[in-house]
Design a protein. Sequence first.
Length: 75
Amino acid sequence: MKDSLPAQPAHSVWRRLFLLLACVAGGLVVGFAGLRVTGSSAWFLAVPVFVAAAWLWVANPEDCAPCRGPGAPGR
């Protein structure tokens, strides 16, 4: 019999889509605010920064099912 771990609640597709759109919107807000204050369009680099930060939060490698199993590396 396999040793099974309790299932972790997966992030729903709609929740992830909302998070993606919220991150893009947050980055755009920072970009437009920075553009208005400084006149530099470099502030729009906030968009990929927001998306990357959210990705690190949503795509937590510790939530990976094969990584939690009894045969996982380092266990």
